[in-house]
Design a protein around this ligand. Structure first.
Ligand code: 1PR
Length: 552
């Protein structure tokens, strides 16, 4: 019996689903006394350190949780469930943590004085990375060589004061603590419930273990001493480039929800005008999970037409997918405020909350991001905290907010023709021999163009709190001709958050090309996977042969 400490933020459904899949039973903490009655407690925290601590305080959970932890009773903290064990966090200055472990959580790159822009990798870390174990623990049995899924901008660092707690460290530009354990109290910075078979193994270890004792591990020479004592030691683990399978979903003309796929966003067959049907969303998602997809993205491509929350099938798709798929799920389409047919107003935050509760780890905002950025730029880059993007990022954390950009090339003869936009010289001249282009943002699935370019949109969204960019390209979509490297380079150079390259993948070589040429953090494809032209494992084997790190 597992007791789940759910303080109302983020995707707790996945933890519940993973425990149930492993044959465990779940009890929710409803009142403070439930904490001290727990046999084993899981605290899956996501979002902001300050709001997590405030929420524990408001619910009266802080005192029993502290008592439970100080008694050394079985505990597994996840993500913020690890960070809150420390004394404080730079994410919420002045807010005390649970104080079990010495140290203050800092943002990646700090406090060594590295300006965020100089940090060598994208922040947040979103993706798969390995563990360098410092102790032997039954918790890591049969999975310590594997990669796990991390999502965070803040991290704990090992020091002489907390070294006894450090179960594993991980390298992401610098070394940080990826797991802690003392007796039966353990916590991990990564998300085991989203880490595929490796994560399920770790959770099963926690569920089944009678005792969770750690034993000192004699450190092998290349891993000793710990990074805390020798900051020059680097490279213990390597973050993987992610391969994402994307499912564009919509109703076909018979009203069935199907996975479709367009050519340059046109999803109707040329011959008979019927919506292309490539399968059922949940079944396909499950297939890609078993084939090794690092993440699954669902895009509800006609959500701009309907009232988003009336699109119950999409919520059901997420609920069912999250019972079977244990890697991150992103949902896009229709994340915006709206008023329903009865005049009831729904904020974008409410819409997103429904999707998170249904099993989404991240939401993706497309058309509404353009509206938000146009208003932000018109205000002279003043934030007002009211936009969908800002509100969702504030409540669920930046890492949960992806911006989906649907740009199209606009050719110009010289940069002077589009002075307000990021114009680049292109190696692929336009129809009249134009040697420059800019990338025009579109809304409503490419149906309307805007006076905004992709790099400007991406940077403004980052400023407003977005955690990741999903960079499509209408010209390349469905063409199998490779990613638009010029576009991806441009946007990757404009932001410090992770960029997912999308549109145009036709063969494994396109993936190595995009990672090497642009430094993209992840690559997404649809058509080649749906049509069985290339398997995900083939892409990964190819990347490995080219020295590009992937998750096995
Ligand atoms: O504007 O917030 O309601 O979100 C709508 C979402 O739906 C956006 O993310 C937008 O990209 C997406 N969308 C809208 N219309 C289409 C369409 O295809 N007609 N699909 C569409 C976008 C693009 C990719 C695709 C890649 C890879 N799909 O995600 O999966 O291009 O394809 P490939 O590997 O086959 O080349 P909102």
């Amino acid at each position: 019996m597992i007791t789940l400490l759910d303080y109302g933020a983020g995707n707790v459904r996945s933890v519940r689903n993973a425990v149930l899949k492993l044959g465990g039973e779940i009890r929710e903490v409803r009142e403070p006394a439930d904490i001290l009655q727990a046999d084993k407690l899981i605290f899956p925290g996501v979002g902001n350190f300050g709001s997590a601590m405030a929420s524990l305080q408001e619910r009266g959970w802080l005192a029993p949780l502290t008592e439970y932890l100080r008694a050394g009773r079985p505990y597994l903290g996840i993500c913020l469930g690890l960070q809150t064990l420390f004394e404080a966090s730079a994410e919420a200055p002045g807010v005390a943590g649970l104080g079990l472990i010495k140290g203050v959580i800092q943002r990646f790159g700090a406090p060594e004085g590295v300006a965020t822009g100089d940090f060598p990798l994208a922040i947040p870390q979103i993706g798969w990375n390995g563990l360098a174990p410092r102790l032997d623990s039954p918790l890591l049995a049969d999975c310590q060589q594997e990669k796990f899924y991390f999502v965070h901008s803040y991290r704990a660092a090992a020091s002489s004061e907390n070294r006894d707690w450090v179960l594993a460290e991980t390298t992401y530009g610098e070394d940080f603590i990826s797991a802690v354990q003392m007796g039966a109290v353990a916590a991990c910075q990564f998300h085991p419930e989203k880490s595929g078979p490796a994560g399920l193994t770790l959770l099963a270890n926690f569920l089944r273990a009678e005792k969770l004792a750690v034993t000192e591990r004699p450190a092998p020479p290349d891993r000793a001493p710990s990074a805390a004592a020798d900051p020059s030691r680097r490279g213990a683990t390597r973050p993987a480039k992610r391969i994402i399978a994307c499912l564009d979903v919509r109703n076909n003309d018979q009203g069935d929800l199907v996975v479709t796929k367009g050519d340059q966003y046109d999803v109707r067959e040329a011959a008979d005008g019927v919506v292309r049907n490539l399968g059922k969303p949940v079944e396909l998602a499950e297939r890609y999970y078993h084939e090794g997809a690092d993440e699954i993205t669902f895009l509800n491509i006609t959500a701009f037409r309907a009232f988003p929350l009336e699109d119950q099938p999409m919520l059901e798709v997420l609920e069912r997918a999250s019972e079977r798929v244990f890697v991150p799920l992103t949902i896009g389409g229709g994340i915006r405020e709206f008023t329903d047919a009865h005049g009831r107003f729904y904020s974008a935050l409410e819409v997103a909350a429904r999707y998170f509760r249904a099993g989404a780890d991240k939401i993706s905002i497309g058309s509404d991001a353009v509206t938000v950025v146009e208003a932000y730029l018109a205000r002279g880059r003043q934030k007002d905290g009211r936009s969908s993007l800002e509100q969702i990022a504030e409540r669920y954390g930046s890492q949960a907010v992806v911006i989906s950009i649907d740009p199209r090339r606009v050719y110009v003869r010289s940069p002077a023709e589009a002075p307000r936009h990021h114009v680049i010289p292109t190696a692929f001249p336009g129809p009249a021999g134009e040697e420059y282009c800019w990338y025009q943002c579109t809304v409503k699935g490419g149906r309307e163009g805007c006076d905004l370019d992709a790099a400007t949109l991406a940077l403004a969204c980052q400023e407003l709190g977005a955690g990741e960019i999903l960079l499509n390209c209408i010209d390349k979509d469905g063409t199998n001709s490779g990613f638009d490297l010029e576009l991806i380079q441009l946007v990757k150079g404009a932001v410090t958050i992770p960029v997912i390259a999308s549109s145009g993948a036709g063969k494994p070589e396109h993936f190595s090309e995009v990672f090497i040429a642009t430094g993209a953090d992840a690559a997404l494809a649809a058509g080649i996977f749906h049509r069985h032209e290339v398997e995900i494992s083939e892409v990964k084997q190819h990347l490995k042969r080219h020295g590009i790190e992937t998750r096995d």
